[in-house]
Design a protein around this ligand. Structure first.
Ligand SMILES: [Zn+2]
Length: 153
C-alpha cells in the first residue's frame, strides 16, 4: 500500500464479527482488517465492511475453505494463493484517522483507513465464520477528540 510517499507491506489480514467500526451509527455484519507495516515500523490498517448479499464472495470462499475446525486450532496450508486486493471494494474512497489496534497489543499510533463502501458476502459465509467466532469485535470506542478525515474521490 502506498499513502502519499509512505509505503507499507501487508503483514496479515483477519476478520471481525460484527464490524469493529460504525458508519453513520450503523454496524456491518463483518469487517476485514488488512494490517500493514511501514519501513519505519509504523502500522496502518485498512478496514473493509462486509455486508450480506445474495452471492458468495469468491475470495472469502477461498479463505473459508481453510477455516480451522475449532476456534483455537491453527494449521498451515500450502499453495493457497490469495490476492488481498480482492478484499477491497472497487470504489476506494475511505475515511482516515489515527488510533489504536482493536485487538491486543492495543498501542496507539495506528493509521486507520476505513473504506466507505462494503464488500459483499453471503449469509452462509457469515454463518460459517460465526459458527467458529460468534462475536470477536471490540465495542466501538468514543472518538475522544480524534479527527476523521474523508477522501474525496
Ligand atoms: Zn482487527
Amino acid at each position: 500500500m502506498q499513502v502519499g510517499t509512505s509505503r507499507y507491506e501487508l503483514v496479515e489480514f483477519h476478520f471481525h464479527r460484527p464490524s469493529g467500526h460504525k458508519l453513520d451509527g450503523r454496524s456491518y455484519d463483518m469487517e476485514v482488517h488488512l494490517v500493514h507495516r511501514g519501513l519505519d515500523g509504523e502500522r496502518a490498517v485498512v478496514g473493509v465492511f462486509m455486508e450480506i448479499s445474495e452471492r458468495d464472495n469468491p475470495v472469502i470462499s477461498k479463505v473459508w475453505d481453510y477455516l480451522p475446525v475449532n476456534e483455537r486450532e491453527e494449521y498451515l496450508v500450502d499453495q493457497v494463493l490469495i490476492n488481498p486486493a480482492e478484499l477491497l471494494p472497487s470504489n476506494r474512497s475511505f475515511y482516515h484517522y489515527s488510533g489504536s489496534l482493536t485487538t491486543p497489543p492495543r498501542g496507539e499510533g495506528v493509521k486507520w483507513y476505513i473504506m466507505k463502501h462494503p464488500i459483499e458476502v453471503s449469509e452462509e459465509q457469515v454463518a460459517k465464520f460465526s459458527s467458529l467466532y460468534r462475536v470477536n469485535a471490540r465495542p466501538v470506542q468514543p472518538l475522544n477528540g480524534r479527527v476523521i478525515q474523508s477522501s474525496n474521490r
